[in-house]
Design a protein around this ligand. Structure first.
Ligand SMILES: *[C@@H]1O[C@H](CO)[C@@H](O)[C@H](O)[C@H]1NC(C)=O
Ligand SMILES: *[C@@H]1O[C@H](CO)[C@@H](O)[C@H](O)[C@H]1NC(C)=O
Length: 205
């Protein structure tokens, strides 16, 4: 039991230190999705009240075979704080399983290869979206549920067509603080787990 716990813990730990097995690199994805959204550049929208219309489809100029692996399209709301334009961490983390820029799922739809029509959806901004600057990104996933392609409403440096969302009642939780808390929490719980397993192992002897 203790051995299994240790093995599990070291697997989890190696996931923190090394990229987890099978991780997908953002830089390896094809940019074949064309994504558009209604907010104009700089527009201010209210969380829990205003709606965004998102349209996503395929870049029709690419060869038909390009899309054969796509099974699901997920559309997400992504964070791009304008005040930190020059900070390296503002970039999408290349290991997508560690990336926290696109935390809000808007929709997931099966990709229908027979239907090349662009899809569209009206989404009311969720109430828990914090005040910041955002854009929309869509990912295409293959049968193994790994990202294979993407498209977004902003340019590669996340500087164009950003819109703002204002949280209800001055909720100003910046997501970078949240993500620090999350990682601290994971590390603390991991050490807690280690300690407990070690104590159990001692007791078993
Ligand atoms: C479609 O792909 C071509 C070739 O990669 C690219 O030049 C063009 O800008 C893309 N169109 C859109 C709307 O993204
Ligand atoms: C393609 O998808 C659109 C949007 O979901 C739908 O309205 C349309 O009927 C579909 N067309 C076909 C041929 O399935």
């Amino acid at each position: 039991m203790a051995a299994r716990g240790l093995l599990l813990a070291s697997l989890v730990l190696s996931c923190f230190l090394l990229p987890c097995y099978g991780t997908v690199l953002f830089s390896s994805l094809q940019k074949t999705l064309v994504v558009k959204a209604t907010p104009t550049s700089g527009q201010v929208l209210r969380a829990g009240v205003d709606k965004i219309t998102v349209t996503w489809g395929l870049n029709q100029t690419l060869p038909a075979g390009t899309y054969s692996a796509y099974r699901t399209i997920k559309v997400k709301l992504c964070y791009a704080p304008i005040s930190q334009v020059d900070r390296a961490w503002r970039k999408t983390e290349d290991h997508l399983n560690k990336d926290r820029t696109c935390q809000f799922k808007i929709v997931a739809r099966p990709y229908n290869s027979a239907n090349k029509t662009a899809q569209s959806l009206e989404w009311t901004i969720e109430r828990d979206v914090p005040t910041s600057t955002y854009f929309i990104r869509a990912y295409a996933y293959n049968a193994e549920e790994k990202e294979v392609a993407y498209g977004q409403t902003t340019d590669a440096h996340k500087t164009t067509d950003l819109f703002q969302i204002e949280a209800i009642s001055g909720r100003h939780t910046t997501m970078d603080i949240c993500s620090i808390c999350f990682s601290a929490f994971s590390v603390v719980s991991l050490f807690g787990f280690f300690y407990k397993e070690k104590r159990n192992a001692k007791r078993a002897q």
